[in-house]
Design a protein around this ligand. Structure first.
Ligand SMILES: O=C(O)CCC(=O)C(=O)O
Length: 258
């Protein structure tokens, strides 16, 4: 029988439906809407939706802590990273790109993996995934195919380790990774991070993804995209007690075929 971990190893993500309870989602959205109003955007009045995307840090506080520490998510993080081996966060973290109905290029829609650590003001990544255990995509609005869903290259997390390995522990700017990938990566099956508000896509840190446009839906698409932090870089040793994220990196390096 195929398990959620097998799917994660093969695809690079698992979808946790209803990961965040509806009441918690509503409370988070109310706070996100306050952030929008503070920027002169009325989430109910499309006249004020003048840009394709507005981005800000995910607010902190108990409401977002309830979303970030949902029992369903903690269970999945334990399964993928090892029980007690990831850093719990009292919040969600990351940024919130809110995408509005628009046919304009938002300017931030290139294929990439997210960066994990700061080097001179740039976000870098290394093959040991220093600083990052996972990427999570929290849907805070219902997202359909017309609503500018995040697009994922299924299984692309297995192509990235061989690109990162030559850069060693120092790593590389995340903006340089996609152009080093083989053409076959971009022929991989594509998936869209669609679903209901409260669903969370839990992704391998090396999963290649991008924002999409145009947004042909009717309302703001709200997503948070935090890192799930991991206290030390993955050792990437065959003989160590490897978790699913590390096993996928080893598989990508063709050091392990399980
Ligand atoms: O907004 C999205 O759909 C994804 C954005 C993204 O991947 C990013 O900003 O790193």
């Amino acid at each position: 029988m195929t398990t959620a971990i097998d799917n994660f190893l093969a695809d690079g993500f698992v979808t946790v439906r209803r990961a965040v309870a509806p009441g918690v989602v509503r409370a988070c959205v109310a706070l996100i809407e306050e952030e929008l109003r503070a920027r002169g955007i009325d989430p109910r009045n499309r006249v004020t939706w003048t840009k394709p995307v507005v981005r800000f840090p995910c607010p902190e506080g108990p409401t977002f802590a309830a979303a970030g520490t949902s029992p369903a998510l903690c269970t999945v993080y334990d399964q993928l990273l090892g029980r007690g081996r990831w850093i719990p966060r009292q919040g969600v973290g990351g940024t919130i790109p809110v995408r509005f109905p628009s046919t304009s290029d938002p300017g931030d829609a290139g294929w990439h993996i997210d960066g994990s650590y700061d080097v001179g003001g740039q976000w870098w990544v290394n093959v040991q995934s220093r600083g990052r255990g996972l990427l999570a995509l929290f849907l805070f609005s219902d997202v359909g195919d017309q609503d500018a869903p995040t697009e994922i290259l299924v299984g692309s997390h297995l192509d990235v380790p061989r690109v990162l390995a030559p850069f060693g522990a120092r790593g590389v700017w995340n903006g340089d990774v996609a152009r080093e990938l083989p053409a076959s990566t971009f022929r991989r099956v594509r998936a869209h991070a669609t679903g209901r508000a409260g669903d969370v896509y839990v992704c391998h840190p090396f999963l290649v993804h991008r924002a999409t446009w145009p947004h042909r839906g009717s309302g703001p698409r709200i997503l948070a995209q935090p890192a799930i932090e991991y206290p030390q870089p993955f050792a990437l040793r065959e003989d160590s007690d490897v978790c699913a994220v590390e096993r996928a990196i080893l598989r990508g390096l063709e050091r392990r075929d399980s």
